[in-house]
Design a protein around this ligand. Structure first.
Ligand code: NAD
Length: 255
């Protein structure tokens, strides 16, 4: 069977370590024949990402998404290295731990802005950088969570940032659709990663899934990654502006 991403150039942002959802996505893209470009957030991550990238024959570039200069430099480096892009995966989020731990009403202005800057605005800035490189159309995918549309204990400001991110997906899909660029989100169920562990009581989320989710289990990173493959591939050519749930069906539940 031919591979789903054969000959495609894909940029994956958000690999911090081997547990990152972005890493599972990069592995799946590699399996499907994509030529990969990964980013690392700062010097502290560089050696780890370099090692993970080597196994996937991926090139790496530094990019802190709060920096417009970093994003512009990434665009120039990708243009020089690849010439064009077919897929971008944005797997990035951040909020101050104290803003997750205290009631939402206590969120500081600085904490609110930081969470939205890193977790939502960065998608807009990256889409603006990537769109000119998507010369024959393309696919942009981000990662979100149910806390955007439901109140989830301790998710707080991150839930509000994810709501903004999902709205940005729809506006970007409308803006970029005429250029053949699709923009979608994957709403993943809880998976143990460094970011997830910053949410107080995260292990309770993992425990509830096997009792309540329609599939009676948690999802694993490879399942989220396969949805990312679908969204980057021609199989989803008619799909844009969507939030696709990869959460064992948990989001459909009421009481
Ligand atoms: P992770 O900690 O492995 O990944 C988060 C990434 O964001 C890291 O690579 C980190 O370096 C990057 N990042 C943070 N600030 C940045 C900045 N200023 N510039 C560049 N990069 C920055 O955790 P993860 O769980 O793989 O998270 C990836 C995405 O998946 C996030 O958007 C997260 O909200 C989402 N998500 C995770 C879960 C889960 O349960 N793990 C569920 C649903 C959605």
């Amino acid at each position: 069977m031919s591979r789903l991403l054969e000959g495609k150039n894909a940029l994956v942002l958000g690999v911090a370590n081997k547990w990152s959802l972005a890493y599972a996505i990069a592995e799946a893209f590699h399996r499907e024949g994509a030529r990969l470009f990964l980013t690392y957030q700062g010097e502290r991550q560089k050696a780890t990402v370099e090692e993970l990238a080597a196994a996937l024959q991926a090139r790496i570039f530094g990019c802190d998404v709060t920096s417009d200069e970093d994003i512009a430099r990434l665009g120039a480096e990708l243009n020089a290295a690849a010439g064009c892009l077919d897929a971008v995966v944005h797997s990035i989020a951040f909020a101050n731990r104290e803003d997750l731990a205290r009631p939402f009403v206590e969120t500081s202005r600085a904490g609110f802005l930081l969470a939205h800057d890193v977790s939502a605005y960065s998608l807009v800035a990256l889409a603006r950088m990537a769109a000119p490189l998507m010369r024959s159309g393309g696919s942009i995918t981000t990662l979100t969570y149910l806390g955007s549309i439901r109140v989830v204990s301790n998710y707080n400001v991150m839930g509000v940032a994810k709501a903004s991110l999902e709205a940005a997906v729809r506006y970007l899909a409308a803006d970029l659709g005429p250029r053949g660029i699709r923009v979608n989100a994957i709403s993943a169920g809880p998976i143990k990663t460094a970011s997830a562990r910053a949410v107080p009581g995260f292990s309770t989320m993992l425990e509830v899934m096997p009792q309540r989710a329609p599939l009676r289990r948690n999802v694993d990173p490879a399942e989220v990654a396969d949805v990312a493959v679908f969204l980057a591939s021609e199989l989803s050519r008619g799909v844009t502006g969507n939030v696709v749930f990869a959460d064992a069906g948990f989001h459909i539940l009421g009481l």
